[in-house]
Ligand binder design. Structure first.
Ligand code: HEC
Length: 170
């Protein structure tokens, strides 16, 4: 089931960093599902990588907060936003691809590792796992973020400085 979802993610994305969705955190799981199934209809669903990253940072912090206060539904909601983060704008995907060449699939794989950990968090909440078990998966997700940053952040940031939208200062 999980493997199938990951496969779908790869297929749907066509190597565009997983399926897109909205960043709206207040939707119910049902509405969320509908939004996710109609990801292609959401406009605008594509964002510059840096904006996606800022969302991921906030969402990962929300996961941690949910774990600390043992609010597993909050963990689920934030993990879902991580799993369904928006796609990277095509112009930047092309720039990343050009910069990484044969390493591009490995870059995408790093994104899928974080995606997989987020899906595991959702499944763990649904299976009523303990807070401690959720924490272990959270650590794996966080490790996935840092792993990609260690390997690719500098090179990709450099490659994106020419794509305009990435150069805006925080
Ligand atoms: C597939 C690789 C990859 C993964 C996985 C990844 N990142 Fe990033 N991240 C990047 C790259 C590349 C940049 C630099 C983007 C730029 O400067 O344009 C970045 C930048 C950032 C930034 C800085 C944004 C800014 O304002 O400059 C934050 C915060 C961030 N990531 C958080 C996270 C978090 C949290 C996760 C995990 C939930 C994560 N990232 C997972 C590749 C990744």
């Amino acid at each position: 089931m999980l493997a199938a979802r990951r496969l779908r993610s790869i297929v749907v994305s066509g190597l565009v960093l997983t399926v897109g969705c909205t960043q709206d955190g207040d939707v119910t799981p049902k509405t969320d599902q509908i939004l996710s199934n109609n990801a292609e209809l959401q406009a605008p669903s594509n964002l510059p990588l840096r904006e996606i990253m800022r969302g991921l940072e906030a969402d990962l912090a929300a996961v941690a907060h949910g774990i600390w206060i043992a609010d597993h539904e909050a963990v689920r909601t934030a993990a879902n936003r991580i799993a369904e983060h928006p796609k990277v704008i095509p112009e930047q995907v092309a720039a990343i691809q050009a910069a990484l060449g044969g390493e591009f699939p490995a870059f995408v794989q790093q994104d899928l590792a974080v995606h997989g950990a987020a899906m595991d968090l959702i499944e763990a909440v649904d299976a009523s796992r303990t807070t401690s078990e959720l924490f272990d998966i959270f650590l794996r997700a966080q490790q996935g973020c840092m792993s990609c940053h260690s390997s690719y952040r500098a090179r990709v940031a450099e490659a994106l400085t020419d794509t305009g939208s990435a150069t805006e200062t925080p």
